[in-house]
Ligand binder design. Structure first.
Ligand SMILES: Cc1cc2nc3c(=O)[nH]c(=O)nc-3n(C[C@H](O)[C@H](O)[C@H](O)COP(=O)(O)OP(=O)(O)OC[C@H]3O[C@@H](n4cnc5c(N)ncnc54)[C@H](O)[C@@H]3O)c2cc1C
Length: 394
């Protein structure tokens, strides 16, 4: 029997598996689909500047811890597997498109400065020197302000997941990628075994990292663990050569350039339950956004499009900790829009909890039973997001 079984092969499950196997534990990962079919594979991989520790709340502390660890993991994964996960500090531009947007952007700039990030206002007349593909939009008066965050970073999710899986295999992690967990059997306040589509699974400790689907196992792992699925759609445009060098953000919409000429266009925040897939209307809007902001993208071929379901929690913090219901269960889910950025710190905290080791940040803010039942994050988030979009988008 393995020491630890993990439900989920997304960024959270694989990161935890790697960390635990690195500490000498025997680990088995179960998931009903391979990593390339997870929400994690579908993500954009943007890491905004990590806040300074002193100014940070618990979620920001987790981001900052993780951001530092990502720099180490990048090199370790490269050394261990030969796979470069594409972690690169490319910088991010935040653009305002009208007066309300500019007011909003000024407030955001203050926030970033308070959190210790480097910020630089770019005059409209100079925007074309910073990012030539944005010159036409600036010249046509479509933009009212531009803020540069030089520390913004990107990672290539598919490459990182491939590197994680390879590293896990080298560390002896077992995988079962076509196994749906159907039931969690309890006995004497413990998880006795799991009933899966391919049969029974046993482990000393179980970790729930099932993303938006984790709520199915709330009874065993903690009745408050009820992440809500929030769909995000992405379109991949392709040009023969790179047209942008930085991530470009306008409100909740963004362009993420890859060095090979591909550009990710994202995204949506949709409360549509577990309905996956893309919609004509969202793709149309994203294409119009890209073409209007960067005319060079107006004729770009759409290579493909996809969607993922982000796991949202009521208070915006993930659940990371021991299950209040069983003695051999831990939870790591609910990372919503920051699962990639916060993955390494989450893995560290889970491994520390499991091995009774203190963590660099206090994990109690992420406790599994911290919320009262019935709190509904998705609705509140949707309303905030809709207001945000109205204030700052075209
Ligand atoms: C469009 C989009 C863009 C994003 N961009 C960013 C970004 O730029 N930066 C960032 O930090 N985050 C981003 N995110 C958020 C990030 O992708 C998520 O927070 C993260 O992927 C969640 O990872 P996870 O491992 O918890 O869940 P998932 O990736 O959903 O993995 C869940 C796993 O559980 C398995 N599973 C579920 N139920 C069962 C079951 N019953 N039996 C067996 N296995 C099961 C699934 O098969 C899967 O392997 C984005 C998300 C989307 C959708």
């Amino acid at each position: 029997m393995v020491d630890v079984g993990i439900i989920g092969s997304g960024i959270i499950g694989l990161s935890i598996a790697r960390e635990l196997a690195g500490r000498g534990l025997a680990v088995r990962v179960l998931s009903r689909k391979p990593p390339r079919q997870t929400t994690s594979w579908a993500a954009s991989g943007i890491f905004p500047p990590a806040p300074a520790f002193s100014a940070a709340g618990p979620g920001e502390q987790l981001t900052t811890l993780s951001d530092r660890l990502h720099r180490h993991w990048h090199q370790e994964l490269l050394d261990e597997t030969g796979i470069n996960n594409g972690l690169a500090t490319c910088g991010g531009l935040y653009l305002a498109v009208h007066e309300a947007g500019l007011t909003r952007l000024r407030a955001e700039a203050n926030d970033w400065q308070t959190r210790g990030a480097v910020t630089e206002w770019i005059e409209m007349t100079a925007l074309g020197q910073v990012e030539p593909a944005l010159a036409p939009a600036a010249d046509r008066g479509l933009l009212s302000g531009a803020l540069l965050l030089p520390e913004e970073t990107q990672i290539r999710p598919p490459r990182h997941l491939q590197a994680l899986e390879a590293s896990c295999r080298q560390r002896g992690v077992e995988f079962c990628f076509d196994s749906e967990v159907q039931e969690v059997h309890l006995a004497d306040g413990r998880i006795d075994h799991l009933k899966c589509s391919h049969g029974r699974e046993d482990a000393g400790v179980w970790i729930l990292a099932g993303g938006a689907w984790s709520q199915r196992f709330a009874e065993a792992f903690g009745s408050h663990v009820r992440p809500q699925p929030v769909r995000g759609q992405i379109m991949l445009l392709s040009k023969p050569a790179a047209v942008l060098t930085r991530v470009v953000n306008v409100g909740l919409e963004y362009l993420v350039p890859r060095p090979d000429g591909r550009v990710l266009v994202g995204s949506t925040l949709e409360n549509v339950g577990f309905t996956d897939g893309t919609t004509e209307s969202a793709l149309h809007r994203m294409r119009a956004f890209a073409g209007r902001l960067v005319p060079a993208l107006a004729d770009a071929a759409m290579e493909t499009s996809w969607s993922g379901l982000r796991p949202a929690s009521p208070d915006g913090l993930p659940w990371i900790g021991h299950s209040p219901n069983v003695t051999n269960g831990l939870v790591a889910t609910g990372h919503f829009r920051a699962g990639w950025h916060q993955s390494t710190g989450t893995a560290l905290i889970v491994a520390n909890l499991l091995t009774d080791t203190p963590s660099p940040i206090d994990p109690t803010a992420f406790a599994v039973d911290r919320l009262s039942a019935g709190e509904d994050f998705a609705e509140a988030t949707m309303q905030r997001a809709a207001a945000d979009m109205a204030a700052i988008s075209w």
